[in-house]
Design a binder for this molecule. Structure first.
Ligand code: PMP
Length: 509
């Protein structure tokens, strides 16, 4: 813990912690994920704070991969769970009606975009987000009698086979993949409104060209902000274009709000930013208030399913429904969506200042409390070898992307006048180093993005101003440490950071 006061760790606690980690790596699958990058053993948690078996405390900006809208163990969630337990209600009821489920559906429908709320149906699915994605595909295939699906480059929809087919790293003939608009690594090399317009035109031409090789699909699935894909907020105008293109061709539009839902992006559902009404919404994570729950909601005229067409044993998790009802109601009643918008804007601003200090930060982007910091190779390392074009300043200032990139430091200097600057190559190594340095400073962050080069922040919507400051201090300190150890191109003001020393320590803010 160089430069940071380590908490005195009782040796018994330390060895219990190490024993658990050792047994985990000896017994659990090689496919384990978060556990590799985050060798901690959580034993207690409250709000933003997790305490490990070794006594160390962390600020948790992973939040169960964006699940914990209210942070860990929020009192209203615990109360709701206790009430069900104390009431003697059955905990397992398949898909039978219960008062708990009735209250959940009422609260959920209350939040839906107006165009959907009046005509909505809900299907309770198996408990994971990926189960709901499968259900959505099955529903639109049944409703349209068609088979193919449109999805977007960089998408992440889950790990079951249909969801995987629609995600970025799979190949399947039933899924046609389209360009998702992004400024920093725009596939067309222009970014901004122009890049988004080209992406929309590409989609339209695929659908209208009888020789495109893409037959009329059963549906289009999109994330309003790509999360795992690197925190890419879709421009509102592009969202409206997708709505128009699909509506004109009777293609059901599926919004995957598994990660963006329940206030995270500064609107209760992220589709509200653009004002569109999707035909199907895929919901999970935060709607279960930290317990497993997944549903699809959709327009009732798509409800062509026969009884039993989509079944499953675990579709009636009463505790999750109670926790989810309490979470959604709390977010709504306390206007945490507005809070997420305000805090997110503040965090983006400060992170953009940090990016101006440290050229290893290529881009800062996000919406609400869904924030990404893309790490790139430092100046001097392979300068001028950027892979994709970045947006020029005119495009950026035109503002199609609400929270588009702002960091000129991320673009290679080797650009001819008038040409679009190319971003430097993504650096998964630096991102991993930042994640590690954050952990040393008591901050948990996730990595994502095409090249696993994006440091992701998904704090709970209940995070306080002081905690935001502590999170940003620790992150800044971690970036400074990484830039320092990566040579002279890493940071412009490393001395300043070295002197300041960040918030450090293990105590949660
Ligand atoms: N869709 C999106 C947008 C997601 O972010 C995720 C999970 N990160 C999923 C679907 C899959 O959810 P689950 O891991 O619960 O299956």
């Amino acid at each position: 813990m160089a430069g940071h006061p380590a908490v005195e760790e009782p040796s018994a606690a330390r060895s219990a912690h190490e024993g658990i980690l050792r047994r985990q790596s000896a017994r659990e699958s090689a496919a384990r994920t978060y556990a590799r990058a985050l060798p901690i053993v959580p034993v207690r948690a409250r709000g933003l704070t997790i305490e490990g078996a070794d006594g160390r405390r962390y600020l948790d900006c992973l939040s169960g991969a964006g699940t914990l809208a209210l942070g860990h163990n929020h009192p209203v969630v615990l109360d709701a769970i206790r009430k069900v337990l104390d009431s003697g209600a059955p905990l397992h009821v398949l898909d039978l009606a219960t008062p708990v489920k009735d209250a959940f559906t009422t609260e959920l429908f209350r939040t839906l975009p107006p165009g959907l709320a009046d005509h909505a149906r809900v299907q309770f699915c198996g408990p994971a987000g990926t189960d709901a994605v499968e259900a959505a595909f099955k529903l639109v295939r049944a409703a349209t009698g068609r088979n193919g699906m449109l999805a977007f480059a960089g998408a992440y929809h889950g790990m079951t086979s249909g969801a995987l087919e629609a995600s970025g790293d799979a190949l399947d003939v039933r899924v046609a993949r389209l360009p998702y608009p992004q400024d920093y690594r725009c596939p067309f090399g222009v970014g901004g409104p122009h890049g988004a317009e080209l992406a929309a035109r590409w989609t339209q031409s695929i659908l209208d060209d009888p020789k495109s090789g893409v037959p009329l699909p059963a549906g289009m699935i999109l994330e309003p902000v790509q999360g795992e894909g690197g925190v890419l907020p879709a421009p509102d105008e592009w969202m409206r274009r997708m709505r128009q293109i699909t509506a004109d061709r009777s293609i059901p539009l599926i919004a995957d709000e598994v990660q963006t839902g329940v206030g995270r992006t500064g609107a209760f559902w992220a589709v509200e930013h653009s004002g569109i009404t999707p035909d199907v919404m895929v919901l999970s994570k935060a709607i279960g208030g930290s317990l497993p729950l997944a549903v699809i909601v959709y327009r009732d005229d798509l409800d062509v399913w026969e009884p039993g067409a989509h079944a499953g044993t675990f579709r009636g998790n009463q505790l999750a429904m109670a926790a989810g009802t309490a979470t959604m109601a709390y977010v709504r009643e306390n206007d945490l969506t507005a809070r997420a918008a305000t805090l997110g804007a503040r965090m983006l601003n400060q992170l953009r200042s940090l990016a101006r200090e440290f050229p290893v930060i290529g881009d800062v982007r996000g919406r609400g409390l869904m924030i990404g910091v893309e790490m790139v190779e430092a100046e001097g390392e392979r300068a001028g070898e950027g892979r994709a074009g970045g947006a020029n300043d005119a495009d950026r200032s035109a503002g199609l992307c609400t929270d588009g990139p702002s960091n000129a430091g991320g673009a290679s200097a080797a650009v001819t006048p008038g040409a679009v600057p190319s971003p430097r190559p993504a650096s998964p190594e630096l991102a991993t180093a930042v994640q590690r340095e954050c952990l040393r400073r008591g901050l948990i962050v996730e990595l994502g993005g095409r090249h696993a080069s994006v440091v992701r922040l998904l704090p709970p919507l209940t995070i306080t101003d002081e905690q935001v400051t502590a999170v940003l201090d620790r992150l800044a300190d971690a970036v400074a440490a990484v830039a320092r150890s990566h040579g002279p191109g890493g940071g412009r003001h490393q001395q300043q950071h070295r002197r300041r020393g960040g918030s450090g320590g293990e105590g949660a803010g």
